[in-house]
Ligand binder design. Structure first.
Ligand SMILES: [Fe+2]
Ligand SMILES: [Fe+2]
Length: 143
């Protein structure tokens, strides 16, 4: 499997969010590397825990941003995040039982992230630009 890369058009110019999206992809790429190691299963278990913790951290940051801007669709967005948390949990539980299909798991994560940014995250980004909130957010969510 080749390393994943996020399309640059998906960057928002809000440093913390962009950096977290890229870190998310970096973690998935570490998983891809791990797939080729002889002791992949144990490594993958650690990486899956790291991924679900990191995803939650990113979702918390983003939901804070959405509250800051009084985003009207915050509930739907938060539900999409929770659904992802749950899917990762279900998937990782089944992986730990069967010890297979790690590549499917990694691919699912990347596709989910890409689609989520293209739909849900882009949706709040449009709201941000429409209401001239981008400069404030760039300051508040700088690194
Ligand atoms: Fe999101
Ligand atoms: Fe996001």
């Amino acid at each position: 499997m080749r390393p994943f890369k996020l399309d640059e058009r998906l960057l928002m110019g809000i440093q913390k969010i962009d950096q977290q999206h890229n870190q998310f992809v970096d973690l998935l790429n570490r998983m891809v590397v791990s797939l080729h190691h002889p002791y992949a299963e144990e490594e993958m278990e650690h990486l899956i825990i790291e991924l679900s913790d990191f995803a939650r951290h990113h979702f918390d940051t983003e939901e804070e941003l959405l509250r800051d801007i009084n985003f009207p669709k915050i509930r739907d967005h938060s539900i999409a995040h929770i659904r992802f948390d749950n899917k990762v949990k279900i998937f990782s539980d089944s992986l730990l039982v069967q010890n297979t299909n790690f590549d499917q798991f990694v691919l699912f994560n990347f596709k989910w992230l890409e689609n989520h940014i293209k739909s849900f995250d882009t949706d709040y980004y449009k709201y941000v630009t429409k209401h001239n909130l981008l400069d404030d957010l760039k300051k508040k969510f700088a690194l």
